[in-house]
Design a protein. Structure first.
Lengths: 271, 232
């Protein structure tokens, strides 16, 4: 009897906060794989938020980002959030996250042939070629090769990215790479834009599911100041402009973490 | 001072862009130096008597707008236009809703603003093939100067200068733009996707997506039935 091959989808990222674009990307990836001439049945879509110990920029606390993803996916029968990355307490390479989820999904679904595809935006694929200021590669060659050839990618085109060209230039097999576009809902929304709006007190309703908006407002995430007076001066300092406030539910203490573009240490002591 | 916002259109189907438009219009009016308190956002779907191929039946578009606004405390759908059984000029819809709202809120200084896209303002200058103007001058004047408009900015359109070139005051014209959600979603794109069997989830509220699926709206035209679509 012919059996359809099965797959899970993995989406990694900050989800700081999650937006409709994240959900849409998963939806389109699933649709694409299920419409192939030799289709996959997509049994799960997993959102794996990065651990906040990878602090390149201020991230809302892990528990908040997980809660927001829970709100975002609660109406879906197949998408969910998984906190494995955040429980490790350290940076986990994408290839390791894929390996972990492939392995646990194969057990969960009793299917040793189950595939695990990375779902991502064109900008992530383009970053495969990025060099850091010291000249070293952002991505290890063997990781990119594994992701592209072993696991597989479904990449969604975004403004300013050219993932097809990037993939073609890598020298790896692209048999497991699928590049898609959102024709119905061409959307430039991003977490960055949402954070900017929230910092300025502007509404983000209908940019992300209601449950996420309500959670953000309830916990006062991403608004740079709650009281108008800061540092006794009454104006936002340069540090405040780059800060994200997150409220810890247990202590109600407001923690400020500064972005540390030049290697500054965050207020909470995390490098 | 209180205001209601009126949005006219086909909503065939409603999208997140429609909801966003209302949301940022409200925000803008409430953030003015002399702010308005926006008490209601009314979606008024056009009657299908204004025949436009592929327009889902009035009851469906009303139901979809109900789903779309169900979670909102201030937005709602109003079926007045669809009950009239004929085309109603925008100015009449504004007049109706202004007077209804003033009664409902017991406030005869309450305003009623029309929210629209930049293309609607541009269309104020449009001349039909027979040489007639698309809009009656007195209607435009009433809409712009008496009621007021909140215009969602589009690439290449400049509503204030269009109004000035028509000799109209733009003191009740507010231009807004959605820098947070730059989105080119449209009802047209959604209908095309549905027609081709593609998913529209996360392009509009879940309730709208489910409703469309349940009622089989916007599926490809079956040539055998000579252009009659489900739900029309």
């Amino acid at each position: 009897m012919g059996t359809t091959r099965r797959a899970v989808l993995l989406s990694c990222g900050s989800f700081n906060p999650p937006t409709l674009a994240h959900l849409r990307m998963m939806e389109l990836a699933r649709e694409h794989l299920q419409s192939l001439p030799l289709p996959y049945t997509v049994v799960e879509g997993i959102f794996s938020p990065v651990s906040s110990t990878y602090v390149h920029k201020p991230l809302a606390a892990d528990n908040h980002r997980i809660a927001m993803l829970e709100k975002a996916t609660e109406s879906s029968g197949w998408m969910c959030v998984n906190d494995w990355e955040t429980t490790r307490g350290e940076w986990t390479r994408t290839k390791e996250v894929l390996s972990h989820h492939l392995c646990s999904a194969r057990i969960r679904h009793s299917d040793a042939n189950l595939a695990c595809f990375l779902v991502c935006g064109g900008d992530l694929v383009d970053s495969f070629k990025r060099l850091l200021p010291d000249g070293s590669k952002l991505w290890a060659d063997e990781d990119v090769k594994a992701i592209v050839e072993q696991f597989g990618i479904v990449v969604i085109n975004r403004e300013g990215s050219d993932p097809s060209a990037t993939l073609a230039s890598l020298g790896h097999s692209t048999a497991r790479c699928y590049t898609i576009s959102d024709v119905a809902c061409p959307n430039g929304v991003s977490s960055t834009l949402l954070r900017a709006a929230l910092q300025e007190g502007r509404s983000v309703r209908y940019c992300t599911p209601d449950g996420v908006v309500d959670y953000i407002l309830q916990h006062r995430l991403y608004s740079s100041c709650i009281k108008p007076v800061v540092n006794g001066v009454g104006e936002k300092t340069k540090e405040q402009n780059g800060a994200a406030a997150s409220v810890s539910p247990s202590t109600e203490k407001i923690e400020l973490s500064r972005s540390f573009e030049n290697g500054d240490v965050c207020a909470n002591g995390t490098p | 001072r209180k205001a209601v916002i009126l949005a006219c259109g086909s909503y065939n189907p409603p999208t997140y862009a429609h909801l966003r438009m209302m949301e940022i219009a409200k925000e803008h009016l409430q953030s003015l130096p002399i702010p308005y308190s926006v008490v209601e956002g009314v979606f008024s779907p056009v009657s299908s008597a204004y025949v436009h191929k592929g327009l889902a039946a009035d009851e469906h578009r009303i139901a979809m707008l109900e789903k779309a606004t169900a979670s909102s405390g201030w937005m709602r759908v109003d079926d007045w236009e669809t009950k009239r059984g004929e085309w109603t000029r925008t100015r009449e819809v504004l007049t109706h809703h202004l007077s209804q709202a003033r009664l409902r809120w017991k406030d005869n200084t309450l305003s009623c603003f029309l929210i629209c896209g930049g293309d609607l303002v541009d269309s104020f200058k449009r001349v039909l093939p027979d040489g007639k103007k698309l809009w009656a001058e007195e209607d435009i004047r009433a809409i712009v100067e008496q009621f007021g408009i909140v215009v969602l900015k589009r690439e290449g359109s400049d509503p204030a200068s269009t109004l000035h070139s028509l000799g109209l005051s733009s003191s009740r014209c507010f231009t807004i733009n959605d820098s947070t959600f730059p989105n080119a979603v449209s009802s047209t794109l959604l209908r095309e996707a549905i027609g081709e069997g593609r998913s529209i989830r996360y392009c509009t509220q879940d309730g709208v997506v489910d409703y469309i699926e349940k009622h089989g709206l916007y599926r490809k035209i079956d040539k055998r039935t000579n252009g009659v679509e489900n739900g029309v």
